[in-house]
Design a protein around this ligand. Structure first.
Ligand SMILES: *Cc1c(COP(=O)(O)O)cnc(C)c1O
Length: 183
């Protein structure tokens, strides 16, 4: 049936955006090719904002703020999606040998890494838990004082469906979900 219909993709995305906004409480939504794609597009948005000249140049970020701050214990293979947009990852946190593992990265450590080259902060929730949600809430309220957006990778956080609303409510600027995970 779809093969017989013609639709303008930007009109379809605009309609999808309205549905996603209603489901999530976000201002808008976008259907991407998956969470990895969402991370790349979200990072591009952090770097370019509404500036079409910047969009056009990506992934060349010469002269643009392009640093994405990430916690050391949240680095993973999906970093690549963030770097693909032209970002440079700035890692914070300490791998504490004396404690036998990482201690959780604290809000002041994210804050200390903010400078004029910062494009955003990326938090990788993967599967959400109360500790990460507390970190999200603290980090977003700090980041917003500096005018810095927070991109959240919540790839495997749905189901439960309530997580479509939760991270936006906790202050996230952009949340990425995977539609393929459960399949
Ligand atoms: C699976 C996963 C992704 C990628 O999801 P896709 O929808 O397959 O692109 C990104 N980030 C995390 C943390 C993931 O677990």
């Amino acid at each position: 049936q779809a093969s017989k219909e013609c639709v303008k993709i930007d009109e379809l995305q605009a309609a999808a955006s309205r549905v996603i906004a209603e489901l999530t409480g976000a201002e808008a939504g976008y259907v991407s090719c998956g969470a990895a794609s969402g991370l790349m597009l979200g990072t591009a948005a952090c770097i370019a904002g509404h500036d079409v000249r910047r969009m056009e140049r990506l992934p060349d970020t010469t002269g643009m703020p392009n640093e994405m701050i990430m916690a050391k214990d949240q680095r993973c293979g999906y970093d690549h999606a963030i770097r693909a947009a032209g970002a440079e990852i700035v890692e914070v946190g300490l791998c504490d040998y004396l404690n036998g593992s990482m201690r959780p990265v604290e809000t002041w450590e994210f804050e200390a890494a903010i400078n004029e080259r910062t494009a955003g902060i990326a938090l990788i929730l993967y599967v959400s838990d109360p500790k990460k949600e507390r970190q999200l809430q603290e980090v977003t309220s700090m980041a917003h004082q500096h005018g810095i957006p927070v991109l959240v990778d919540a790839a495997a956080s749905v189901p439960p469906l309530e997580n479509f609303k939760k991270f936006i409510a906790l202050g996230a600027d952009l949340v990425v979900y995977s539609g393929g995970k459960a399949i």
